[in-house]
Design a binder for this molecule. Structure first.
Ligand SMILES: [Fe+2]
Length: 285
């Protein structure tokens, strides 16, 4: 969907996205107060008529915009939707489904490989505050699992020395964005700590495959943190109509491998949207 249509859809979605009063309250409460899980899952959302899962983003053939409006109504409560030039040509609404040529790629277009825990775009000057996924179709064998691990759960397993280590030790976060596409590994000099913000309620950025430690100790601590993060993760099996909102400032997420059949029945997670909170001061990012 071209971004030129987003404003029009956003206006239409505010009063007509299909969210109930109760669901709007849940989303607003999550934005304001969060929760220990770091994510909110809402079920049975309106998704309209869903055609066969396409093989390419050029052949989406969606007959209506019910799911887009539902998603945009939720985004309006959370913040400002953003896109990145390197992903789906900068599209604000992204469609994720298996691509045969990318079966083992480390992107959301893969299926035959696990995507390891990562905070979305942890290297980026404008890191999204929230991610929203709306599931249009579960994978045919119901194997795909989304994992979310939260700093609030991780902290229970760390000493005060560990916490202050991750507040002060800089890691070099590599960029996986090239100029116009993904899957690069570029040193952009982005040295930053894993924990940041208020020491009483830390925020968290974590992408071990794209973080370079400056010492053996820092590497060992990173590995230990990864093990703890996996230990305390929560598993979510998304079904059609499930809306998953992830607080990207307090979590890392991952996805299991799953089977793709390429017969129109494959997993389809559109639209995925990244958001920055409306009140955020971008000059500080
Ligand atoms: Fe991701």
């Amino acid at each position: 969907m071209p971004n030129s249509k987003i404003d029009e859809l956003l206006v239409a979605s505010i009063g007509g996205g299909g969210l109930s009063q109760e669901q709007m309250v849940q989303i607003l409460s999550f934005r304001l107060f969060g929760n220990k899980l770091g994510f909110l899952r809402l079920e049975n959302m309106p998704i309209g008529n869903v055609p066969l899962t396409p093989a390419s983003r050029n052949t989406l053939n969606k007959p209506d915009d019910v799911s887009e409006k539902c998603l945009l109504q939720a985004t309006a409560i959370l913040g400002e939707p953003i896109g990145y030039a390197q992903e789906s040509n900068g599209s604000i609404i992204n469609n994720f489904f298996p691509h045969q040529s990318l079966s083992r790629a480390t992107t959301s277009d893969s299926y035959d490989t696990e995507l390891d825990l990562h905070t979305e775009n942890a290297f980026h000057a404008i890191q999204p505050d929230f991610l929203i996924l709306l599931c249009l179709r579960q994978d045919p064998l119901a194997e795909a699992v989304t994992y979310v691990t939260s700093i609030d759960a991780i902290l229970d397993h760390l000493s005060s020395e560990d916490i202050s280590f991750f507040f002060t030790e800089p890691y070099n976060f590599l960029s996986d964005y090239c100029f116009s596409e993904k899957n690069c590994r570029i040193d952009i000099g982005k040295k930053q700590t894993v924990f940041y913000g208020d020491v009483r309620t830390p925020l968290f950025r974590f992408d071990p495959h794209f973080m370079v430690a400056r010492s053996h100790l820092a590497q060992a601590q990173l590995q230990r943190l990864r093990e703890i993060a996996w230990e305390v993760k929560h598993s979510v099996t998304l079904q059609a109509g499930d809306l998953l909102i992830i607080d990207n400032r307090k979590t890392a997420h991952a996805r299991s491998q799953f089977t793709a059949l390429f017969d129109g029945s494959d997993r389809w997670i559109p639209p995925g949207v990244r958001l920055v909170v409306a009140s955020a001061d971008l000059s500080k990012r």
